[in-house]
Design a protein around this ligand. Structure first.
Ligand code: GAR
Length: 237
């Protein structure tokens, strides 16, 4: 018998999971290149989804302009306008919920989220992190990787829990670290793989092939033993 699902799931409502595009809310603090990758994949017919809103903790985030250019509602709230983290999170997620997302994607959202807003949404909230988790959590991941002398680095997509960068990892893309790499070179190499990793993982979630359940991540009906690895053709089997 299938384990009971956690509260909510990323799959859109239709029985075959396909006829209704998955509604995605994107949280972003900065540049928004991951948001753009999602928008481009949707526009190109490679992702059966729609971005229902973009939300930021920075009123000057370029991601907001990308959203508006695509005709998507963009909302920014300044944390300084709120008494504390919990009040800010509550206000932000009131707006996120109002956009009726099936899936919430943290794509370069750089502000810690409290357990109050994360816990009820873990099964339908993912984060893009620029390292091969569990290695190099937190900030400056490329600097951390170079300092550690690893030969492989990359990006991860994980379900969001109250444990910073510690939620179950669904998928990863690996890149080599070359002798002579600096932080910028390594960051650029990771970003090139991060975008298709996000698109391919969101497609799996939107179609219901990938889900977080009570006893872990399930992929095509079987418990995932290790994160999916993005193939060179950028498509999961
Ligand atoms: C991405 O590299 C993403 O992995 C990282 O921020 C960048 C945002 O780029 N996220 C984190 O470090 C979260 N801990 P973007 O704004 O161009 O998508």
């Amino acid at each position: 018998m299938a384990p009971p699902a956690l509260e909510g799931s990323a799959t859109a409502g239709a029985p075959d999971g396909r006829s209704t595009p998955c509604r995605i809310a994107v949280l972003a603090s900065g540049r928004g290149s991951n948001l753009q990758a999602l928008l481009d994949a949707i526009a190109g017919g490679r992702l059966h989804a729609t971005v229902c809103g973009v939300f930021s903790d920075r009123t000057d985030a370029p991601a907001l302009a990308r959203a508006r250019a695509a005709g998507i509602p963009a909302t920014a709230l300044s944390p300084r306008a709120f008494a504390d983290r919990a009040a800010f999170d509550a206000a932000l997620f009131e707006r996120v919920d109002a956009s009726r997302p099936d899936l919430i994607v943290c794509a370069g959202y750089m502000r810690l989220l409290g357990a109050d807003v994360v816990a009820p949404r873990s099964a339908r909230m993912i984060n893009v992190h620029p390292s091969l988790l569990p290695a190099f959590k937190g900030l400056h991941t490329h600097r951390q990787a170079l300092a550690a002398g690893v030969t492989e680095h990359g990006a991860s997509i994980h379900f969001v829990t109250a444990d910073l960068d510690g939620g179950p990892v669904a998928a990863q893309a690996v890149v080599p670290v070359h002798a002579g790499d600096d932080e910028a070179m390594l960051a650029a190499r990771v970003l090139v793989r991060e975008h298709p990793l996000l698109v391919a993982t969101v497609e799996l979630l939107a179609s219901g092939r990938l889900a977080l359940e009570c006893d872990g991540i399930v992929y095509d009906g079987a418990r995932l033993q290790a994160p999916l690895q993005l193939p060179a053709n950028n498509r999961f089997a």
